[in-house]
Design a binder for this molecule. Structure first.
Ligand SMILES: [Zn+2]
Ligand SMILES: [Zn+2]
Length: 362
């Protein structure tokens, strides 16, 4: 493999700017999108690798210093470093400040809450910023000290003998855990973590139309990170409780309307208690079990889009279980007068099960 400077066609004393320009010119010429030949692809790889090394002043300096590896089968310093030590070229010290984690809170709602939406004051337990040190981790009046073991770099260098000569490896500093600094006097409130656990109240407006399983995201309301790092997201997982009267099909509410036998025959008007107040219902003469009465705009307010779903009431004609002698006489007379047929099988399409499926769209 040729020298990285040769690959990029620049002098050894080229400025960073000249190296960058040379790389850009070659990349434009050799990029696989522009130049599909195999030779170009190979050169593009070499050029990119050369720029990876020379484009960064720190790794360029390392390359310039690098052990002479002329007879070693064409490895660059970076290649060896990566092969032997897993590619961990030392960057700066690691940051104490870490982004916080997300958290999840289950919110139980009644069906009535989701019809128009609801305001809640939620109690949440998360890590919050330590107010004593404001995330600095140090006791008031003290400050972080540069680690003397690693000089603040967070890494210590170690020489390792290998077949190819001495190679320098870099490891996180044990004295400071790689932070490059130590906390001489930890903040007494947070024990040097910059955050504490606390319960707090978050006011939340839960929109209408939410359903079980939906998650509401509250960015920045999750856990505050180590050393006061930015808080994660708080997810509210919605659970809508079972209702005794109504169930839900999308934005529609479903219910069962019990209708007496005479009302089913003669028709009737009634006022029922809907989920949000009285609803006028009209039962038309000749109503059958399984018929559906639809009351528009009395369902759940739509989460997306305008208006509300419908209230759909499946009719169940109620048969009296016990009647007095006079009523029984009247019913016998009625059966004779209407020439009521004996019980018989219905064609499937007129049957109750088909009606339920079609009209309730289940
Ligand atoms: Zn603190
Ligand atoms: Zn250190």
């Amino acid at each position: 493999m040729s020298d990285h400077y040769e690959t990029l066609g620049v002098e050894r004393d080229a400025t960073q700017d000249e190296i960058k320009k040379a790389y850009r010119r070659l990349a434009r010429e050799l990029h696989p999108d522009v130049n599909p030949s195999e030779d170009a692809a190979e050169r593009f790889k070499d050029v990119t690798h050369a720029y990876d090394v020379l484009g960064d002043p720190q790794s360029r300096a390392e390359y310039d210093r690098g052990p002479s590896l002329g007879g070693a089968g064409g490895f660059g310093f970076g290649d060896i470093f990566e092969q032997f030590f897993g590619g961990g070229r030392s960057a700066g010290p690691r940051s104490r400040r870490q982004p916080g984690q997300d958290s999840l809170l289950r919110v139980d709602l009644d069906l009535a809450d989701v019809v128009f939406g609801v305001h809640r004051e939620l109690r949440v337990q998360t890590a919050v910023l330590c107010e004593t040190c404001d995330g600095a981790c140090t006791a008031p009046g003290s400050s972080l000290q540069r680690c003397t073991m690693c000089g603040g770099s967070g890494h210590v260098q170690r020489q390792v003998r290998s077949l190819l000569g001495n190679v320098v490896t870099s490891q996180p500093c044990a004295a400071c855990q790689g932070y490059g600094s130590i906390i001489p006097e930890p903040c007494p409130t947070c024990a040097g973590h910059g955050r504490v656990r606390a319960e707090r109240t978050i006011p939340v407006d839960i929109p209408a139309g939410v359903d079980t399983g939906l998650r509401i995201q509250l960015p920045g309301q999750g856990e505050v990170g180590e050393a006061g790092g930015p808080a994660g997201t708080l997810y509210l997982e919605i659970n809508v409780r079972h209702h005794d009267v109504f169930s839900r099909d999308g934005d529609d509410l479903l219910g069962t309307l019990e209708v007496s036998f005479p009302d089913a025959v003669l028709g009737a008007r009634s006022t029922i208690e809907g989920i949000d107040g009285p609803v006028e219902v009209e039962v038309r003469p000749g109503t059958q079990s399984g018929d559906v009465i639809t009351v528009g705009e009395r369902g759940v307010t739509r989460l997306r889009g305008a208006g509300r779903g419908d209230l759909r009431l499946g009719v169940q004609v109620v048969t009296p279980q016990r009647v007095d002698r006079r009523t029984e006489e009247l019913l016998r007379e009625l059966r004779d007068r209407t020439k009521a047929p004996a019980p018989q099988l219905a064609h499937f399409k007129q049957g109750l099960f088909a009606k339920m499926r079609d009209r309730l769209r289940l």
